[in-house]
Ligand binder design. Sequence first.
Ligand SMILES: [Fe+2]
Ligand SMILES: [Fe+2]
Length: 168
Amino acid sequence: MPYETDGNLQHAFGGESMANRRYTFFAEKADKEGYPGVARLFRAVAEAETVHARNHMLVMDAIGNTRENLLAASIGEHQEFTRMYPPFIEKAQEERNARAEKTFDYANSVEKVHHALYEAALQAVKEGKNPEEKTYFVCQVCGNTVTGAAPDKCPICGAGANAFKKVE
Ligand SMILES: [Fe+2]
Ligand SMILES: [Fe+2]
């Protein structure tokens, strides 16, 4: 029989990860509303939730070596666009929730891109290569992730080049 604590660690990891994201978005909102002190509080607690999430993950031995992590990441992205999002999109259409359909659709499309990026890196690492440090651009509307330069128009959502955030 599995130990309940194993499930609890997984559950707590999910909760702490979510809290980190929520507080980060709350901080952005606080900044927009002119509450820089509250924004900083949200950011400080978000940082602490990351520590908790990392601690839980370490106890679960859920961080492998880079080759193992690329495989885990690739499997995760694949699972999202093959098993998770398609039925979510279908249900959102059925329930006429256009906003949900759109956010699922953006994510579903981009997970395919992520999967391809991870697969290429995994292949390279398997061949004993060390993938180069490319510059990435992430569309702030749909999450599309491209290398090299920002496209004039995002092929997934149609946003302009200025919607892309540089990651280096
Ligand atoms: Fe993804
Ligand atoms: Fe986009």
